[in-house]
Design a protein around this ligand. Sequence first.
Ligand code: LLP
Length: 446
Amino acid sequence: MTAAVFSQTVVRGEDGALSVGGCDVRDLAGEHGTPLYIVDEADMRARACAFRDEFAAAFGRHGAKVDVYYASKAFLSSKVARWMRADDLCMDVASGGELEIALRGGMPAARIGLHGNNKSDAELRRALEVGVGRIIVDSFTEIETLDAIARELGTTAPVLVRVTTGVHAGGHEYIATSHEDQKFGLSLASGAAFEALVACHDATGLDLRGIHTHIGSQILSLDAFQESAERMLGLRAAFRVEVGYDLPEVDLGGGYAIRYTPHGEELTPHDAAHGMAEAVAAAVAKVGGTWPHLSIEPGRAIAGPAGMTLYRVGVIKAVRIEDGGERRYVAVDGGMSDNMRTITYGAEYTATIASRLSEAEPVLSRVVGKHCESGDIVVRDVDLPADTARGDLLAVPATGAYGRVMASNYNAVLRPAVVAVRDGESEVLIRRDTLEDLFGWDVAPD
Ligand code: LLP
């Protein structure tokens, strides 16, 4: 079994079936149907707490404080917000919708940071009305707009300026966010970031709290994080020298890599915390001044490994391939509608038969979905037992982040439920779509 990739409570029982959070996957499939997203609550919360504690320890040695903002775009429901609040995390939201779910889950507004490269007036207004702790401004247009709305409401908006540091990192071009030629942030190299800081500092409706950067996602290289931290501290020092204001806060974003396959690598909270604390310490020593209040925004590294998707195997087909060999296609009852990552980023996953143990020899297989598209692949290459058969349950680990939140109704499929499991109990966090939902959205039937 691909144990290293599954969440911490996953075990194979004596009869060969997997259980997670003390729940047998066959029971979960029976009760909630397939496909099914399963969240191992203990695992997800342990990861959140590991970021909180490792960063507190590593930065605490220097007398510095760090807040962990869970990047809720990775996976969100109001229960998740409740967990994060209980575990003393803050939350990053990237839209009005995420903001409302976070609030619904009881996350105090003061612990929420609002992101987005194109926030609407309504989103900005709502954020100010509920009193979010920080708005990360992403453009000169937004600085002007937010300043005007804040003054109209008779308040001041706490802001961080999103900085593009020029550090190029990340698993795929679409998820690298701090190189110059892209839509996010204000460039450090061109001077736009500095200019934006001055504009925020001067705006009477804005309370300039600091700077933010997010260099990308699924990043393994500590060097990239360190380089980015150094550049951010350099910018902060330059602002102090030229404007005479010590920016109190620096947010270094998320992007910590997780393991998707047994051969994959991860950046652990421990290594990330120590590496980044060292980098910030070195930068502070170099540029002088005080330590800022730091924050980070892990999303995938908290939610990803805690989740798995459970599918039911359907059609199995052997196909002759170019080199004269054969490829076995194992079709499951979901696909690109519940996991967009394979088709979008060429993401790699693994899979295992979850409902039984098989001693049959492994056969190189491709797990595909049920959609009308040949790119509808869930797992490109994986060894599955030769006796894999229609009706078996197949588990794909590490789907907890950017799974359900990116799901679609392509081909009018019903998006799967998300259940949280813990201590032998399961709880539906997000229910499966129903035919009534499909009909409900279809408002002009005649
Ligand atoms: N902070 C900001 C400002 C972000 O934009 C993101 C992710 C994060 C934090 C969290 O990054 P993480 O720790 O989860 O890597 N759909 C893509 C990932 C898009 C990430 C967008 N921003 C995927 O499935 O790989």
